[in-house]
Design a protein around this ligand. Structure first.
Ligand code: ADP
Ligand code: MG
Length: 557
């Protein structure tokens, strides 16, 4: 079979350039990425074999092997997992199928320093490409379970790669061979063919991997795996270091950065399960699009069952990553069955409550972390105010909103209520595109003049939840831009008579304006809400707004 040469997709090429030329710190993680992929491939094969007994794959000794050859300066990571077909190699390894890629690459180019670039790179899931941080040539040989021929992929990372169909029987699974760059202590490039180095890296980054990781060089009979394979979620908190939790997070989330917070839950009784959940420190770019991969991993008694299991958490917590290990489910359980399972629904609610309690806790115990969390995920969490009435109070208690009280620090509703003026019965808010556009709005004038605090709501979801929730602690939520607002200074008969008189006085003008504006407005009326601007547009208390339409569109409805 001929060897064909292909060009990397533009984004992939740019990313590889960065891997090769810009990223220098902590290159050890290339091995973590290869092991992580191998582990995923073994998980997938076990499930595939379970579902299809005609697959013909050998699942008796699923494992990962690392083989170093100091003379040839190569390092090979091998697994006997699911493998890839020719087309899959071309698609998965030659392109970056991430919709946020173009945007990120732009940011990457603008990030002047390598540290900034490395932070950004974590969002790509560039796992496999990390090989090019330490190798000047990479060869991947793979055979998809159930197929007879294999595929060889090679690249030097500079623009092109080759693909070749292998007619002879390739071994089951995938092997990735790196031709290592020369070791260079000055450049902090260690010798990755040294046993001790490999042991150290596996121990540090991949200890929890549930498949044995073996060194090929280990003496016959000494097949003791390098990793302990202990499921972190089944161990007590004291036994596990933060670093170990973080490495598990990176493996399952494909994020390169540490998570913000770790949430543990162990449920005993008739339906036993253990959950280890993580709040990431950054929102993915596609959090509000339909192709966002949501949900946590499901295990049954330490056996991986599925990724992105959306039945385990409500949709407004779709950014949460982690593992749920349930004792009493069938290994064959399907997504459809999970969606309808009473026990799973109960677990879903319990996990949601636990996450919300954790967030609430962060508000006081770790305000900085909370601020990061809220910046990244607040907009998603607030969807729960609409979709999860049962947890509405818990979500409100964990939420903060920008307000006129403070330029930079958002407020809780509880604090807003405590600051309310004597005689103020409503909680005022205004929705808009940005804080600035709201503050410049004529609607705000009277409130500013009277020193009445207004919440400044700029997320599309805000318009929806304020309608759905309606009130907080018995106090109505009122838009300063909708309907009649009485700030309490025109009380009594005198005020009514005064308004009557002014209406009469201006009747001709109002009538003329109504005529001129025609169908564009419902009504023209005198207002007491303005102090400087001559006029403003007000919507009816129950009109749907453009931002709301946008949100429904984003949610795919
Ligand atoms: P990610 O793991 O975040 O998806 P990677 O760049 O690490 O990104 O891998 C890209 C894809 O290539 C994987 O999702 C997987 O489908 C495929 N892949 C990589 N390594 C292997 C392997 N050892 N066995 C099977 N498939 C693999
Ligand atoms: Mg990967």
């Amino acid at each position: 079979m001929p060897t064909e040469t292909f060009e990397f997709q533009v984004e992939a090429r740019q990313l590889l350039q960065l891997m090769i030329h810009s990223i220098y710190s902590n290159r050890d993680v290339f091995l973590r990425e290869l092991v992580s992929n191998a582990s995923d491939a073994l998980d997938k094969l076990r499930i595939a074999a379970l579902r299809d007994d005609t697959l013909g794959a050998d699942v008796s000794d699923l494992h990962i092997e690392i083989a170093a050859d100091p003379e040839a300066r190569t390092l090979t990571v091998r697994d006997n997992g699911i493998g890839m077909s020719y087309d899959e190699v071309a698609e998965l390894i030659g392109t970056i199928a991430n919709s946020g890629t173009a945007k990120l690459l732009k940011e990457l180019r603008e990030a002047q320093d390598a540290a900034g670039a490395e932070g950004l790179i974590g969002q790509f899931g560039v796992g496999f490409y990390a090989s090019f941080m330490v190798a000047d040539e990479v060869t991947l040989v793979t055979r998809r379970a159930g197929e007879s021929g294999g595929t060889r992929w090679t690249s030097r990372g500079e623009g092109t790669y080759t693909l070749e169909r292998l007619d002879e029987d390739a071994p089951q699974g995938t092997s990735v061979t790196l031709h290592l760059k020369p070791a260079d202590p000055e450049d902090q490039l260690p010798d990755y063919t040294a046993d001790f180095k490999l042991r150290e890296i596996v121990k540090r980054y991949s200890d929890f991997i549930t498949w044995p990781i073996r060194l090929a060089s280990a003496a016959e009979g000494d097949a003791e795996p390098l990793n302990s394979m202990k499921a972190l979620w089944a161990r007590s908190r004291e036994e596990v270091s933060d670093d170990e939790y973080h490495e598990l997070y990176k493996h399952i989330s494909h994020d390169w950065r540490d998570p913000l917070e770790t949430v543990r839950l162990q449920a005993e009784g008739t339906f036993e399960y253990q959950a280890l959940l993580f709040l990431p420190s950054h929102a993915p770019h596609d959090l509000f699009t339909r192709d966002h991969r949501r949900g946590v991993q499901l295990y049954v008694k330490r056996v991986f069952i599925m990724d992105d299991c959306e039945a385990l958490l409500p949709s407004y917590l779709r950014f949460v990553k982690g593992v749920v290990d349930a004792a009493d489910l069938s290994l064959n359980v399907s997504r459809e069955i999970l969606q309808q399972d009473r026990q799973i629904q109960r677990m879903n609610r319990r996990l949601a409550k636990k996450v919300l309690a954790t967030v609430k806790d962060m508000m006081t115990s770790a305000p900085d972390k909370y601020a990061t969390f809220w910046r990244e995920f607040g907009a998603a969490l607030k969807e729960g105010l609409v979709t999860d009435p049962e947890n509405r109070d818990a979500i409100l208690a964990a939420s903060t909103f920008p307000s006129t009280h403070h330029d930079s620090e958002p407020t809780t509703l509880k604090d807003y209520v405590e600051r309310m003026k004597d005689g103020q019965s409503d909680i005022y808010y205004m929705c808009g595109d940005s804080r600035q556009s709201i503050e410049n709005s004529p609607h705000m004038e009277a409130f500013r003049a009277k020193g009445v605090e207004v919440l400044l709501l700029t997320d599309p979801v805000d318009e929806v939840w304020v309608e759905a929730v309606g009130e907080y602690d018995g106090r109505p939520l009122r838009s300063v831009a909708k309907g009649d607002i009485d700030l309490g200074d025109e009380e009594g008969d005198g005020a009514d008579a005064e308004r009557e008189k002014r209406n009469e006085e201006y009747a001709a003008l109002l009538g003329w304006m109504t005529e001129q504006l025609g169908d564009d407005v419902k009504e023209v009326r005198l207002s007491s809400r303005l102090t400087v601007s001559p006029a403003c547009v007000v919507s009816d208390a129950h009109d749907i707004t453009p931002a709301l339409e946008n949100m429904y569109r984003a949610m795919g409805q």
